[in-house]
Every structure is written in C-alpha cells, then in structure tokens.
Design a protein around this ligand. Structure first.
Ligand SMILES: Cc1cc2nc3c(=O)[nH]c(=O)nc-3n(C[C@H](O)[C@H](O)[C@H](O)COP(=O)(O)OP(=O)(O)OC[C@H]3O[C@@H](n4cnc5c(N)ncnc54)[C@H](O)[C@@H]3O)c2cc1C
Length: 419
C-alpha cells in the first residue's frame, strides 16, 4: 500500500536540523562554514536514515508501504547523502579562520577521517549502483557503507570548534542520530532478525514450467502472514549462501508453506536442479504491505508472469461470499507459461466474485489500459489496482492509469527487486 509518512518524517528531520543549525550558528562562523557544515550534517542524517531503514523494522514498512519501498527510499537517500557529502567536501573552507591554532588543528583526526570516508563512499556508491555486479557479491560489499558511516561519524565528532560545535542544538541532534545509526548498523550487520527465523523441512519440490514450487512443513510452529506478503528463504547446507526473498504463494492458515520460484539465475536454478526433500530451510518474515483486503470493493489485480504469486496467495485465501468484485488480469508469454492457470480458473468459478482475464503475448494480447477500458464494466478510476510483474509492464500501466485519471493512491505495486 502506498504510504508517505516515512518520507514526511525524513523531510521533517532534515527541516528540524536546518532550523537548529541556522538558528544557533555561532557568530564566529562565516556563512560558508555554516552552509557547508549544514550540507555535511544533512548528508550524515540521510545516511543515518538509510541505515535505520536497512534494519527492515516493521514500523518503517508501515510508514513507507512495504519493504520494497523501504529499499527504494534507502537507495534514493543514500545517493542524496553522497551528493551532499561531496558538496560539503569541496565547499568547506580549506583555510583556517583567523585566530585558529594550526598546530592544534593538525592534531585532530577529523580531516583524514573525512577524506577516508569520502573515498570509501565513492567506492561504495559505485558498487551499490552498479547493476552488473552479481547480487551475491554485491550484498557483502555493500556493507562497506557501514565503515563509511563510522568514518564520517569520527570526522564529525573530532571536528575542531572552528567548524563544528558538537554540543550545540544541531550538534546534539547529530549525536542522537549517530547513536541510533550505530546501534542500527550493528543490528543490521550482525544480528538482523536471527531470532525470528523459523525452521521448516522441505516436503516437496515440484517442477513447473520454468519455475519450481517448494512445499515446506513446519518443524515446530509456522509463519503468521497475510496474503501477498513475502519472506526470506535460507536453505541450510553448503553452497546455498545468502537468503532470497520470495512471496508466500500458499494461504495463511494452510498447514504447509509454499513458494513458487521462477528459474532466473544460479540460486533459483540450483533450487530446481539440486534441492532435495528432507532438508532444512529457515524462513524469515513476513514482510511487505501488498494487502488488498482493506482496499475498495472493486479491485483489479494485474499479474505479469511470476508476479502471479501474491495473487495466488490472495485467491487461495479468499472465501466464498467475499464482497469484493475482482478482475484478475494474468499476463504471460503463452498459455503453457501461465502456471496454475487451471487452479485459477477453478477458484474463480468457485468464488463467483473473481473474473479471470488471461492474456498471452504470443497471441498479441498484452496488459494494457485500452484493453481494460474495453473489458471493464465501470470507469477505470472506480477501481483500486494491485500490480506485480516485470518493471516495464508495471511502470507503463502506472503511467497510463494516471493519465486516465486514476489517483496514485489507488494504485499499489509490489516490486520483485530491492536494488
Ligand atoms: C519482495 C520480493 C518478492 C519476490 N517474490 C518472488 C516470487 O514469489 N517468485 C519468484 O520467482 N521470485 C520472486 N522474487 C525474486 C527472487 O527473489 C529472485 O528472482 C531470486 O532471488 C533470484 O536469485 P538468483 O540467484 O537465482 O538470480 P540472480 O540472477 O542472481 O538474481 C536476479 C536478481 O534477483 C535479485 N536477487 C538475487 N539474489 C537476491 C537476494 N539474495 N536477495 C534479494 N534479491 C536478490 C537481484 O535483484 C538480482 O539482480 C521476489 C523478490 C522480491 C524482492
């Protein structure tokens, strides 16, 4: 669900810092020093927010509308922080103000820490934004940003008073942010949700068309989730490496947990070719706010390819008598690719309130707004939209729906990638 409280909170924090920084600027500071330290402080606050978001805390999912949005915001504010830090670096006066003691100034490590922080920041940013780097390599190297944060904190904390007053109102705000940021940093790097991982046993590995269904039996307790939510799946054993996110395709309350995984890269191929029943899997979650239950009565669900999984869970969870009128548009390359199509047809027939619209691109049928206008009984802006599928499809539909007058708050998306 689209939420903006988190964005407003970040903007509010920056505004508060700006007011405190400008309002209590020491008279001894010239405007250039005040301005560039303001930018440096904003960069530090943005980095702090990015680190806080990387803890995946549920409250921020509520404030931003899901973990996928949290990571989008994490990326945007990370880039902004780097830009502010660069302007700060190049703009800050290099010559000491009159009256400052050069010998004393040379003894504090602030400048070398800042320089090191900046070098690692540029390297880290290059890695973070380079989509060609494989995820399994990208993930551990992205942790370099934690080191950058600590270096920049050291730079701020040891800065001489001719530049920064750590115990001024704005300095205290930065110190409070730093304490929170460092706690969150250690939590995300070393302790991330270890306690909440639930063990399951692999009961079945079912081969589907270009995908694999993995059926898990709880070893002790099962996962409590809402239809459309996802979890991180970590397979125990050599060579399985890091956890991967997958939408839960079974319904809440089922005695088995199911994931449907499209074969995309090395990990998902290994699942299909090597995963054995009887092995252990740790499941961490649930995450996501792709929740259609509290939305309007008339809903359009748009699924592209493997983007069907959240809707599969929703459909499996629906009960006869559900008051919502749902049109499920399921776009696939060809009929053979449309996994679970027979089950979807049966469920739609049982439920009565769900209309299934399969679209196959090899027959020239695509999920498009003009098609919807023709097939839907009511005007487009009377529906609430839930979309999950390839980015070009989702972005194109979003643009066209908005152009047709559908308000953004009525369009909900789930992205199948974090970076
Ligand atoms: C919220 C969410 C829900 C998802 N639900 C499903 C689903 O129900 N079914 C499905 O088939 N796919 C789903 N995915 C996508 C799935 O996570 C990736 O396809 C899978 O991790 C690819 O792994 P790979 O090594 O085989 O492929 P690769 O080719 O290595 O990776 C392809 C892309 O997947 C992403 N990715 C890879 N590894 C990870 C990781 N450990 N953590 C996060 N992202 C990673 C990266 O963006 C990468 O560029 C979901 C993704 C997200 C973010």
């Amino acid at each position: 669900m689209l939420r903006r409280q988190g964005i407003f909170a970040i903007i509010g924090l920056i505004a508060l810092f700006t007011v405190l920084h400008l309002g209590f600027a020491p008279e001894t500071h010239d405007p250039r020093t005040t301005g560039t330290t303001l930018l440096g402080g904003i960069a530090f606050l943005l980095m702090t927010c990015a680190i806080i978001l990387s803890t995946r805390a549920a409250i921020f999912e509520d404030w931003l509308g899901g973990l996928d949005r949290m990571y989008q915001v994490h990326r945007v504010i990370g880039v902004l922080a780097a830009l502010f830090a660069l302007v700060h670096f190049f703009g800050v006066p290099k010559a000491l103000p009159a009256g400052a003691d050069p010998a004393l100034n040379a003894m504090v490590p602030s400048a070398p820490l800042g320089m090191l922080g900046l070098i690692f920041l540029v390297i880290g940013l290059f890695i973070a934004l380079n989509r060609k780097i494989r995820y399994s390599f990208w993930r551990p190297t992205h942790k370099i940003m934690g080191l950058v944060y600590l270096l920049i904190f050291g730079h701020f904390f040891t800065a001489p008073p001719v530049f920064v007053l750590q115990f001024s109102p704005s300095g205290l705000l930065l110190l409070a942010a730093a304490i929170m940021g460092i706690v969150c940093l250690f939590y995300s790097v070393f302790g991330m949700n270890r306690r909440t991982a639930i063990p399951f046993t692999i009961e079945a590995v079912n081969a589907l068309e270009r995908a694999t269904e993995v059926v898990l039996k709880p070893s002790d307790r099962t996962l409590d989730f809402k239809p459309g939510q996802f979890a991180f799946v970590e397979i125990s054993g050599k060579g399985w490496n890091e956890p991967h996110p997958f939408t839960i395709s079974s319904a809440p309350g089922d005695d088995r947990l199911k994931f449907t995984m499209k074969v995309l890269g090395d990990w998902t191929r290994k699942v299909r070719e090597e995963l054995q029943t009887g092995g252990e899997v740790m499941v961490r979650g649930p995450y996501g706010r792709f929740d259609a239950e509290g939305a309007g009565q008339k809903q359009i669900w748009l699924a592209g390819g493997i983007g069907l999984t959240p809707f599969l869970s929703k459909l499996r969870a629906m009960q006869p008598g559900d008051k919502r009128q749902i049109h499920l548009v399921y776009a696939a390359r060809e009929e053979q690719d449309a996994i679970f199509l027979d089950e979807l047809r049966d469920r739609a027939a049982q439920l009565g309130s769900v209309t299934l619209v399969p679209l196959f691109s090899d027959e020239g049928n695509f999920a498009r707004v003009d098609m919807m206008k023709q097939k839907l009984p009511d005007p487009l802006n009377s529906y609430e939209y839930f979309m999950c599928g390839p980015k070009p499809m989702v972005d194109g539909l979003m643009k066209d729906l908005k152009a047709e007058g559908v308000p953004r708050r009525k369009i909900h998306t789930e992205a199948f990638e974090f970076r």
